[in-house]
Write a new protein. Structure first.
Length: 361
């Protein structure tokens, strides 16, 4: 059967101070829902999957401390489809844990893995690409399928998939190579060559296939995960999870599985994913979801900019006005307990700033 999991355990540190340890970006109400009211990126990811799958086949994997917020955001989520990690061990282990649990209830399950931090339009094209990816498993069941986006910039925060030989299915090619987060010069080369797609961070594979790939490339994790699901569901399994999971090494599925697997000819496939796509990872990306003030500033909440453009200005307190004059290309974010200011060009360094703040406070 077809299942899917939303990876929703990231901490979103580059969107500090809006995104916090106890309320990360995927749980913030930053996008307008179908009814116009703001809702979370997680709720949006759920609705996208519901265009393709029934609610009881959709799983969510997140940190135990976000459990209540996730349940509140997703009233349709079944209790036994919520996978809770005691600590974050990155996506290789989050995907592996979910795949092991899915395979435990449905050994032949096909599992889509999607991110919780994306804005994707239109939903119909997402649904088509996802169906194409599931369908590709019918003839190539051992494949690791990724959805690939046409790159528009030499971004260094994404994975790159090199399109190789076509397959017999339209829109599906073999991946000739996979490279996670290349340096700037390499990213520029990839972009110029026209042969690479951005890895959207969304994958489709059989649950068993990704567990086999983990056994090949990250055997300690594969063994740990097997121990966890060997225990009967309930308190016994929770106890093994609490004991074993923190000991797994922190690594993303892109580095741990996709990069090495793509060196095997024909093992990784890439589906053309032709949508408007935004990874809401940093302030300039989030700015696309804010309003334009008519003078080229992205704003939310009470904000006034005089003689300035290219700013991203957000006040999350309706009673607190942020006012700028003569300021250009800056990020100004006001929350109840923190005000953060940085040049747009330094937006990637917010993570570093948060590190420095945490050392002092
Ligand atoms: N459950 C769980 N546990 N989820 C996690 C964890 C974890 O430890 N760490 C991250 N996630 C979730 C995030 O919430 C997000 O939805 C998704 O997994 C991807 O994590 P990011 O941290 O946002 O990854 P990235 O953006 O740096 O890179 C990935 O996505 C890019 C496209 O958005 C990679 O797959 C890249 O190759 C890809 O280009
Ligand atoms: Mg991301």
């Amino acid at each position: 059967m077809r299942h899917a999991v939303i990876m929703a355990g990231g901490s979103g540190t580059r969107l500090w101070p809006l995104s916090r340890g106890d309320r990360p970006k995927q749980l913030l109400d930053v996008v307008a829902g179908a009814d116009g009211a703001p809702h979370s990126l997680l709720a949006e990811a759920w609705e996208r999957l519901r265009a393709v799958l029934p609610a009881d086949t959709i799983w969510v994997c997140t940190a135990a401390r976000y459990a209540d917020q996730v349940r509140a955001a997703l009233p349709e989520l079944r209790t036994d489809r919520l996978v809770l990690e005691p600590v974050a061990r990155d996506t290789a282990n989050a995907v592996g844990l979910t795949a092991a649990l899915v395979a435990d209830v449905d050994p032949d399950a096909e599992l889509a893995v999607v991110s919780a931090d994306h804005v994707i339009r239109p939903v119909e094209r997402f649904a088509d690409a996802l169906r194409t990816a599931y369908d590709a498993l019918a003839t190539r069941p051992r494949s690791l399928v990724t959805l690939g986006i046409r790159p528009t910039a030499p971004a260094t925060g994404f994975g790159y998939v090199q399109r190789g030989a076509p397959t017999d299915r339209p829109g599906v090619a073999e991946a000739a190579s996979f490279r996670e987060k290349p340096d700037r010069a390499t990213a520029e080369e990839y972009l110029a060559s026209g042969r690479y797609l951005w890895n959207s961070g969304m994958f489709v594979w059989r649950a068993r296939t990704v567990l086999d790939a983990l056994a090949d490339h990250l055997p300690a994790s594969a063994e740990g995960l097997a121990r966890i699901v060997a225990a009967p569901a309930g308190p016994a399994r929770d106890a093994v999870l609490a004991e074993v999971f923190p000991g797994l090494s922190k690594i993303s599925v892109d580095y741990a599985v996709l990069e090495p697997a793509a060196t095997e000819p024909g093992r990784v496939l890439v589906v053309d994913f032709d949508v408007d796509w935004l990874d809401v990872g940093s302030w300039p990306a989030l700015a696309h979801t804010l309003d334009d003030d008519g003078a080229g500033n992205a704003v939310r909440g009470p904000a006034v900019v005089l003689d300035g453009a290219g700013n991203i200005v957000l006040s999350d307190d309706p009673e607190h006005l942020v006012a700028l004059v003569g300021v250009r290309d800056s990020v100004v974010v006001h929350t109840a307990d923190v005000t953060m200011v940085c040049p747009v060009a330094d937006a990637e360094r917010v993570k570093q700033l948060l590190g420095a703040v945490q050392e002092r406070y």
